[in-house]
Design a binder for this molecule. Sequence first.
Ligand code: G6P
Length: 475
Amino acid sequence: EDPLCEAEQQPKLIVISNRVAAVDSKQPKTGGLAAALEPIVARLGAVWLGSSGEVSDDDAATVQLVPCGEGHVSRLDLPSAHYPGFYRGFANSTLWPAFHSLPDRISGSPQHYDSYREINDFMARAAFNLRDRDAFWVHDYHFLPLADRLHRVGIDRPIGFFLHTPWPAPDTIERVPNHRELMKSMLEYDLLGFQTNRDVNNFLAGLRSHLGLESKDGIVISERGRTRCQKFPIGIDPNQFAEYAAESLANQEEYISSVQKKLGGAKLAIGVDRLDYSKGIENRIKAFNQVFAAEPRSISLLQIAIPSRSEIEEYREYKRNVDSLVSQVNAEHGTDEWSPILYENDAFTQAQLAGLYRAARVCVVTPLQDGMNLVAKEYVAAQDPNDPGVLVLSKFAGAAEDFNDDEALLVDPNRPDEITAAISRAANMPCEERIQRWRPMKDKLEAYTVHDWAADFVRELDKSRITAPADHFRH
Ligand code: G6P
């Protein structure tokens, strides 16, 4: 049954995020958010507002709609004076490292925060053109204060927010300039969705520490009204992935056999990440280095590492470090017959990835912190039921709240020795145990797909149209 198919009763939605679907929907997808939202917007008939990635001197906020399935996308050129401070600055140099609990990487200036506010204002003005829709669903850390700005321009529909990244502990959020103002503005949302229980609890603990606000059963009452805070763990479309996997093996025989040639009989492990310092790629490669030293030619790593946010120096530096680590390891262990690490810097389409996932005996997902990590879920969905591979998964990825230790091999991403042990255990695991571990993960993916996730969020948001009495919160 299609959880979104009661379309008649569905509220007409506006979806807002910084990154939106690429102009050509067959283009490779490089980030979790846009790939996850595209089928949702397409099926819900939503209007999706976001950035075009281009800037303009005109700050008129005009909306032009382009079809996207049953829905529409509007790609806005954001004001040139503020886009860098917003995107490079406050969003990706202050909030991103803070939200991934990497406070030493936080940087920024007060101007970045001003630009962040300006872009949020701009987006609110753009959304005002669509004020006749039923509800607003805002995504990710680029738009924490947007509900406040939407209310200020006069929008009075339900507004929900979903955070795709983790939310950190109170003493880490404290490192973000203006964190009190930001958290207070988040209470302008009717519904706040997070990936995991840990994120919900961290957020509520932050409200208590920094704003002195108590919550009950995830509900917070502020001067504006009531905000529900809840976990909505994002999923994928597992059937779509299984189909891709079956088809794609056949469609890219050439590439896969070129990979196999380089393996020289070794098993294949795969890692797929944006080149982001939160992804733990360096420790993973150090771990493989140990495996190569102990069991040469037993396994190779296909590391797909997609350059990301390269307008930020920290990201360029991270890429240089990973590149040189890969070269060192290959120089140390590689032979004419065997390439220890196959390193790709291009993005692959989801169909191509699915085929590669299926060909890989092991998938290594070792972020230092991650909101959910959909690679982990896509890998599971793409496996052959009779001969599935093994998932090595960071304890600090949101996916580790869905997949337990009897299923994935959970590791501490800060400890290369733990990753090493898990890789060689995975590579040598008998088929029976692989099936036993894989089956329940696959069942979970089917029980809660990305469509269930969206339907759940929208249903919950729709409920906030009816304001329930809040008396029992007033102590
Ligand atoms: C993460 C974020 C998304 C973002 C994506 C790609 O998944 O949660 O909001 O779109 O990374 O990053 P980019 O900066 O290229 O949009």
